[in-house]
Design a protein around this ligand. Structure first.
Ligand code: SGN
Ligand code: CA
Length: 534
């Protein structure tokens, strides 16, 4: 590993630091910027589809690089996904199966290998691990989920509170490090990790009005009745009408709820909004009330005449206005960083990744949140720009996973990956070489149950044609979807005799995948036991 790196350094020293745009053919160890947002659905990136919003800055990465249309996660929830990204392992091996169990920091994570190899490493934004990151020279991370307004940050030197809007602050910290704090003599690995657009979706002041005035198209399954699926879909608590908080999520003031006799959706419904607004300065709060006040007034007038259907439609719009409003600031921030790379000539030798820790439901199946193996949460955005290596504007539809990120970035940097990482490097795909890529199925396993949103434990296999999942713990149900014929995943055909042969072969393939990745029923039982004494 060291020899490879010394060779890179040698070439690096004899190259021309000033001429780093255009074709570099990997002459030097590339800088790496890993941009990840929290809960950013691919449906809300215009490189995938612009039916909801436009993200011109994020789209630049695809226009100048590669768009992966079938990227997915191994477990659609925040901390487990981040642990998979950092370790290159499935959750049952790194042990971070849910958001609350601790992550064992004695494990190897890929930034440590970068640092050993001579890279400087930095991280700004949301890690959401419960631990400080290993292998990172300088970090400023949000504690837990972090706050949208005037957030606290955990730093190498203690906790600080910074005034402003979280997306902008994370960007300022990142740019400050790029401009003033890093050592320009060394290659860098930078994690630029947005909190937005995580619940409870508070946009920046400059986007309040614009987004409040927009109307968004409804997904065809907004009024899904969950017929044709299993118990898990029916019992999940992530329906926009039934389970979003009126105050916390839809931003109805608690006093308006009281006046209208609206029952809170959860015991933290009203407090969630009070906490979020309570962090604001007077000016921020004033700007909020100017836009959210009239919205509340209008709602107060309309609510008595609204049917359940009207409420669902209205709450979907409210949700999209705030969620997409948050993304507007993320998009601008990404643009600022890309501009800086262009202006300084760093673009040419910097590999830029944009992804999310998982996908998200934007009203599909009537839902918000994630967790399920169904497409909107299982898939995740992935855009990669690597000048001189990746053909601008290229599209890749292979089944790649967040499990592959560590090995990909290590190979890109010329650093050997540990043998026990379980993914595959995407470098051949980034070069446009798909011939050697032979993955035809991926493995998925979700654990956090019983817990918020009540999505039952399940594991499954996904191929291009089918998705087979086993829901277990307090149920024992199988679901099979024909991905080509039933793109909305509405009909479980597991018991349909026409699919008997498919079921047999997929169940065998799933069993093989479990062996390959070293997952087992015994581990399933062990992880269930961890929840028994809660
Ligand atoms: C919070 C959210 C949930 C969300 C989890 C996990 N509720 O509990 O809706 O599923 O985080 O999200 S909130 O009202 O407190 O925002 S994750 O991205 O960290 O996995
Ligand atoms: Ca998340």
């Amino acid at each position: 590993m060291r020899i490879v790196f010394i060779l890179f350094i040698a070439v690096f020293l004899f190259s021309f630091p000033g001429c780093k745009t255009g074709k570099t053919e990997m002459q030097t160890p590339p800088n790496i910027i890993f941009i990840m947002s929290d809960d950013h659905a691919y449906q809300a990136i215009s490189a995938y589809s612009d039916h909801l919003t436009k993200t011109p800055q994020i789209d630049r990465i695809a226009r100048e690089g590669m768009l992966f249309t079938n990227a997915c996660v191994t477990n659609s929830i925040c901390a487990p996904s981040r642990a998979t990204i950092l370790t290159g392992k499935h959750c049952h091996l790194h042990g971070k199966i849910d958001n609350s169990l601790p992550f064992d920091t004695t494990q190897m994570t890929f930034p440590q290998l970068f640092r050993e190899a001579g890279y400087q490493t930095a991280m700004f934004g949301k890690l959401h691990f419960g631990n400080n990151p290993e292998g990172i020279d300088e970090f400023k991370i949000l504690p837990g989920q972090g706050s949208y307004y005037n957030p606290d940050f955990i730093t190498n030197e203690g906790t600080v509170r910074i005034e402003g809007y979280t997306t902008d602050i994370i960007t300022d910290l990142t740019l400050d490090w790029m401009k003033n704090r890093r050592n320009p003599e060394k290659p860098f690995l930078l994690f630029y990790l947005h909190k937005a657009p995580h619940r409870e979706w508070l946009p920046a002041e400059r986007h309040f009005r614009e987004y409040m005035d927009r109307v968004f198209p409804e997904p065809p399954t907004l009024f899904d009745d969950y017929e044709g699926r299993g118990t898990a879909a029916r019992e999940a608590e992530m329906n926009i009408l039934l389970h979003q908080n009126w105050a916390g999520d839809s931003k109805i003031y608690p006093e308006v709820m009281d006046e209208l006799g609206i029952e809170p959706a959860s015991d933290w419904d009203k407090q969630a909004l009070r906490n979020n607004l309570g962090r604001m300065t007077e000016d921020q709060r004033g700007a909020w009330d100017e836009v959210y006040g009239p919205m509340n007034e209008e709602f107060r007038g309309n609510y008595p005449g609204m049917t359940g259907e009207d409420q669902m439609k209205w709450r979907y719009q409210r949700y999209m206005q705030d969620y997409l409003g948050c993304i507007a600031a993320v998009d601008e921030s990404v643009g600022a960083l890309l501009d800086y790379l262009d202006e300084t000539g760093l673009s040419g030798n910097t590999l830029v990744v944009y992804t999310s820790d998982q996908g998200f439901y934007l009203g599909e199946h009537g839902w918000f949140d994630k967790r399920f193996i169904y497409d909107e949460s299982f898939k995740t955005p992935l855009l990669v720009r690597w000048p001189g290596v990746t053909e601008p504007g290229s599209i890749n539809d292979e089944m790649v996973q967040n499990l592959d990120f560590a090995q990909t970035l290590l190979e890109a940097a010329g650093i050997e990956a540990p043998e026990d990482m379980q993914g595959e490097s995407l470098v051949p795909l980034l070069r446009g070489d798909t011939a050697a890529w032979d993955r035809d199925a991926v493995y998925y396993h979700y654990y956090e149950y019983p817990a918020v949103h009540m999505v039952k434990r399940h594991y499954g296999i996904v191929t291009r044609e089918y998705k087979l999942a086993h829901f277990y713990d307090d149920i024992d149900e199988w679901e099979l979807y024909d991905r080509l014929k039933d793109t909305l995943e509405l009909n479980n055909v597991y018991d349909d005799p026409a699919y008997a042969a498919v079921v047999d072969s997929l169940r065998a393939e799933l069993a093989e995948l479990r062996v390959k990745y070293r997952d087992s029923e015994e581990l399933d039982r062990e992880f269930m036991k961890l929840y028994q004494n809660r």
